[in-house]
Design a protein around this ligand. Sequence first.
Ligand code: PBG
Length: 326
Amino acid sequence: MRIRPRRLRRTAAIRAMVRETRLSPSMLVYPIFVREGRGIVEDIAAMPGQKRYSPDTLSRVLEDAANAGVSNVLLFGLPEKKDERGSGAYAEDGVVQQALREGKKNFPQMLFISDVCMCEYTSHGHCGVLKGTGSAVDNDPTIELLARTAVSHARAGADIVAPSDMMDGRVGAIRTALDAAGLEDTAILSYAVKYASAFYGPFREAAGSAPAFGDRRGYQMDPNNAREALRELALDLEEGADMVMVKPGLPYLDVLKAVKEKSPVPVGSYCVSGEYSMIKAAAANGWLDEKRAVCEAAVCLVRAGADILITYHALELAGWIRDGKL
Ligand code: PBG
């Protein structure tokens, strides 16, 4: 008798039958940048293929997403004006609020997730209000503003709010505020485990959200820590998170797996801007095959535990999944 694992790798049909990890377009979330203005569709230099849209042109990309079979989108906003307290984040006519109203009206069947954070809206670029002259973010005043932001997004049509600020207690504050506003059906997808990562570089160009001074290490997690992720998970669950996410994606597969093992709620993985741009840059140089690299990365994230995959490659991936390659 010879044990031969290769028997199950012999043909495409056998490989497809015994595949352990399978992807579906319904697990994909496509992030979209919305900026204030009218008639705008502009390229994002650091993220080839991705664009910024004004609320009135948003329907074009929502149409593309729907045609690709992607029905979940995550909105980020770029306001016209920034200030110390990030007031554009919770303004009733803020850019994300406008986009949500527009999107919900034209694409009622689509699931709208809104990123809840202050960094795109503050003049200093930090994810909350500052304590003094340094880059320390004042936790409790910030979570009040985040809760206000979440309520205004939900009122404008967000089905799910996704806080990405990493302040302590924000999930609880947001849940309390949503419930008090009669928005019990709005779900919270918490960026429960978010690291202070260099891989957010291209996003900060896309969203104009780089900190003017200092860095985010006083609130985002230290990449050297994995067990701390379970502490963040436990806290967010206790505070009422309906779903959690680990971010970034590929460098944190161990963390994703550990979170998946302990999480009773769905777990997302955010394959971030730097991961996208690295593949784009290498592919543009002919150094790797974009389609194969993107598919492999997606499969690995799902194999490690992602129930939900947030990726700038969502539209192409949906097609590749349907072609039966994943
Ligand atoms: C806002 C936010 C960031 C990302 C998602 N929400 C940037 C940051 O924390 O600096 C990064 C997403 C990406 O890189 O694709 N706080």
